[in-house]
Design a protein around this ligand. Structure first.
Ligand SMILES: Cc1cc2nc3c(=O)[nH]c(=O)nc-3n(C[C@H](O)[C@H](O)[C@H](O)COP(=O)(O)OP(=O)(O)OC[C@H]3O[C@@H](n4cnc5c(N)ncnc54)[C@H](O)[C@@H]3O)c2cc1C
Length: 274
């Protein structure tokens, strides 16, 4: 076991090597700041390699009138598709439609906004399709005769993180993997952090600013490192992926809507099939 033998002076200490940490490190280093990123395990070893791998604008947020958010996300989708086409590609989504779902005019309006809120260079726009005779209609139940097709992007999420970390390092950042931030204190101008490396060695870092990019561990990290309970609790959400054998040979993805609340109340049996 080694002891403390280094002190690093930096402008920004980023704790966490997921997509947020790596992206922030890249951005800060690109602005000429001195950056240290520490990741307790490996880059993208947690949430950022277990996502659904979509580069999307957030179609469903339009229903909550989050137009500005969706526009920013759509613009960023273009940036990503342009900057790393070797790890991303367009993906066409088929949304089968039936009368129990949102009305056609609403879906058309939503997709029109999705197509036009931000400049679109790489992805084709949305369209209505007749599913009979369409390759995407083949595996579906016969009741689905029409639907909509729209675009989003697919990305190799873990590689996106690693590429951001490499780009940050090329701009001068230190990327320290298998290095946990274990203690943190603050004086008037600086954060003083202890970084514990996998072999037992520790490094002290004096940083002008700190970015807590610890993802699901953000609250726990603060509590353990500072000994102070965060004033606000962090509510974690969980997503699940169910992997099934491939059922069709075309390249479309499907997105299925839940029946609307109104059609649920009209059709009690649909509850048991949800
Ligand atoms: C099921 C699911 C599907 C999703 N699908 C999509 C999608 O399709 N498209 C999309 O854009 N988003 C998607 N998301 C959201 C996206 O995956 C997350 O928003 C994103 O990965 C969060 O990244 P992060 O960097 O904040 O966290 P993480 O990737 O979890 O990174 C945090 C890192 O901090 C490190 N860490 C923690 N404590 C310390 C410490 N003390 N010292 C050093 N390091 C520490 C951890 O080891 C971890 O690697 C999905 C999320 C889920 C759960």
């Amino acid at each position: 076991m080694g002891g403390t033998n280094d002190v690093i002076e930096t402008d920004v200490l980023v704790v966490g090597g997921g997509i947020n940490g790596a992206g922030i490190a890249r951005d800060a280093a690109g602005r000429g700041l001195r950056v240290v990123l520490c990741e307790k395990d490996d880059l993208a070893s947690h949430t950022s390699s277990a996502s659904s791998k979509l580069i999307h604008g957030g179609l469903r947020y339009l229903e909550h009138y989050e137009f500005r958010l969706v526009r920013k996300a759509l613009a960023e989708r273009e940036v990503l598709l342009r900057s790393a086409p070797h790890i991303m590609h367009p993906l066409r989504f088929v949304m089968p439609h039936d009368s129990g779902q949102r009305p056609v005019w609403l879906i058309r309006a939503g997709l029109y906004l999705y197509d036009t809120l931000a400049r679109r260079e790489f992805l084709p726009g949305s369209e209505a399709v007749l599913l009979r005779g369409h390759p995407a209609g083949e595996p579906l139940k016969e009741m689905f005769t029409r639907g909509f097709v729209y675009s989003d992007g697919w990305v190799d999420d873990a590689r996106l993180v690693v590429l951001n970390a490499i780009a940050a390092r090329e701009r001068g950042a230190s990327i320290l993997t298998r290095t946990a931030c274990t203690a943190l204190t603050r004086d008037a101008d600086h954060w003083h952090a202890t970084l514990a490396h996998a072999g037992g060695r520790t490094t002290k870092v004096r940083a002008r600013s700190l970015v807590n990019a610890a993802g699901p561990w953000a609250a726990q990290f603060l509590q353990v490192a500072t000994g102070v309970a965060p004033r606000r609790a962090l509510r974690l959400i969980k997503g699940s992926h169910i992997v099934v054998p491939r059922l069709f040979s075309h390249d479309y993805a499907y997105i299925f809507q839940h029946p609307t609340a109104a059609s649920f109340s009209r059709c009690p049996t649909s509850r048991s099939t949800r």
